[in-house]
Design a protein around this ligand. Structure first.
Ligand SMILES: Nc1ncnc2c1ncn2[C@@H]1O[C@H](COP(=O)(O)OP(=O)(O)OP(=O)(O)O)[C@@H](O)[C@H]1O
Ligand SMILES: [Mg+2]
Length: 343
C-alpha cells in the first residue's frame, strides 16, 4: 500500500514509543485525516527493528465497523479462548498486518466464562497477565469513542470507558508497563477526556491534521498531476488525503475537483434545507459560519449547540486542545463563503 510520508508525525509517534511508558497518548484530528494509516505505518516500520519486537507485544483494537453495545461485547473484544480457533485468528492477524509481535488475551474457556459472569474483573485479570509477561506492551485503540455509552451493568452502572482509562493509567503512569495510544476523530469525546480530572497529568494529546499545502502540492506533482492543476486543487481542496487519492486516480483531476465542490455544496445546502423543513432557524448557521471564518470565539449556548450539530454533520471540525473551530475541509469553507455572499 502506498504511504505518503509524514516525517514530522512519524517522528513524534516514534519518540513516544521509544520512551519509557509513562502516559496515554490521544491521537485526534479531523475525519479521515490519516490517523490510522499513520500509526499503522509507524508500527510497521518499528516492527522491522529487533529492539521493538523483542521489547514489546502489540495489542491492536480497531472498533470501526464493530458493534459494541454491551459488557459482553467488550469481553468478546478483549478475550479469545485459547483453543485452535483463537490461535488461528492471531496468526492471520500477524500475516495480515505484517506485524510479527501482535498479541491478544487468549484465555481458557473457564476463565472466559468467569469474566463474562462478572466473577472475575477483566481489567484486573488483564493487568495480572501483562505484569507476568517479561515483555512490555503497546496497546492501540482505534475509535475508542464507540464504547462511550457502554456500561459495566453493575449496581453502580460504571461506564466501561472509565474502567478502561483507570486500567490505562495504571499500565502507563503507575506501572510503566505499556504504551497506550487512543485514536479518535470524535473531538467532543476527546474534550470530555481532556477535562476529566482523573486523567490530568496522565495523558498527552497529538493532533494529526491534513497534509499542509506544500506537502499536498508536492504529492500531487510527484504523482503526475500537472503543476497548474495541482495548485488549483490544493487552493480549493487543501491536503485531505482521500481527496488527493481521488484526483490522482482520475484521468480528469479538475473534473473530480468540480464534482467534490458540488458534493460539498449538496452537503451544506441539504443541511440547511432540513432545518427549513423542521422550521428551525438557519440564521444561527450563518452566524456560526461567519464567526468561524473570522476566527471569533463561539460562546453563546445556541452557537455551541449549532457547532455540535455542524460537527456531527461533518461540516465543522473542533479542536478542543487548541480551542480552534475550522471547516471540515477547504471545500466546505469555500461553500460557506459563497453562501454568505448570497444572503
Ligand atoms: N500518508 C498517507 N499516504 C497515503 N494515503 C493516505 C495517507 N494517509 C491517509 N491516506 C488515505 O486516506 C484515507 C483516510 O485515512 P485514515 O483512515 O488513516 O484516516 P483517519 O484519520 O484514521 O480517519 P477516521 O477519522 O475516519 O478514523 C485512507 O483511505 C488512506 O488510504
Ligand atoms: Mg481511523
Amino acid at each position: 500500500m502506498k504511504f505518503w510520508d509524514r516525517e514530522k508525525e512519524k517522528e513524534r509517534l516514534k519518540r513516544y514509543l521509544k520512551s519509557e511508558p509513562n502516559s496515554i497518548l490521544f491521537v485526534y484530528g479531523p475525519k479521515s485525516s490519516g490517523k490510522s494509516t499513520l500509526l499503522f505505518q509507524v508500527v510497521k516500520e518499528l516492527s522491522k527493528r529487533k529492539w521493538f519486537v523483542q521489547k514489546y507485544d502489540m495489542y491492536w483494537y480497531d472498533l470501526r465497523g464493530i458493534m459494541i453495545s454491551s459488557y459482553n461485547d467488550v469481553v468478546q473484544l478483549f478475550f479469545e479462548s485459547d483453543d485452535k480457533e483463537g490461535q488461528k485468528i492471531i496468526k492471520e492477524a500477524q500475516a495480515l498486518f505484517g506485524i510479527p509481535n501482535i498479541a491478544s488475551f487468549s484465555v481458557k474457556r473457564t476463565i472466559y466464562d468467569e469474566i463474562k459472569n462478572k466473577e472475575l474483573d477483566p481489567f484486573k485479570y488483564m493487568e495480572a497477565v501483562l505484569r507476568k509477561n517479561r515483555k512490555k506492551h503497546v496497546i492501540v485503540f482505534d475509535e475508542l469513542q464507540k464504547i462511550k455509552d457502554v456500561y459495566m451493568n453493575g449496581e453502580n452502572q460504571r461506564p466501561v470507558v472509565k474502567e478502561l482509562f483507570n486500567f490505562f493509567v495504571r499500565l502507563t503512569k503507575v506501572l510503566h508497563l505499556s504504551h497506550v495510544i487512543v485514536m479518535s476523530s470524535d473531538t467532543f469525546f476527546i474534550e470530555e477526556v481532556y477535562i476529566d480530572s482523573t486523567l490530568k497529568n496522565t495523558s498527552r494529546y497529538y493532533l494529526v491534521d491534513y497534509f499542509d499545502d506544500d506537502t499536498a502540492y508536492n504529492i500531487l506533482v510527484n504523482e503526475g498531476i500537472e503543476e497548474r492543476a495541482a495548485k488549483e486543487i490544493v487552493d480549493k481542496a487543501g491536503g485531505v488525503p482521500w481527496i488527493l487519492e481521488e484526483v490522482i486516480e482520475s484521468e480528469e483531476p479538475l473534473q473530480v475537483l468540480e464534482e467534490l465542490r458540488k458534493e460539498s455544496k449538496a452537503k451544506i445546502l441539504g443541511y440547511l434545507d432540513e432545518k427549513r423543513i423542521k422550521g428551525e432557524d438557519i440564521e444561527i448557521t450563518f452566524k456560526v459560519f461567519e464567526k468561524v471564518l473570522e476566527n471569533k470565539a463561539l460562546e453563546a449556548q445556541e452557537e455551541l449547540l449549532e457547532l455540535r450539530r455542524l460537527f456531527e454533520r461533518e461540516i465543522l471540525f473542533y479542536d478542543p486542545i487548541n480551542r480552534v473551530v475550522k471547516f471540515q475541509t477547504r471545500l466546505d469553507e469555500l461553500t460557506a463563503k459563497e453562501l454568505l455572499k448570497r444572503v
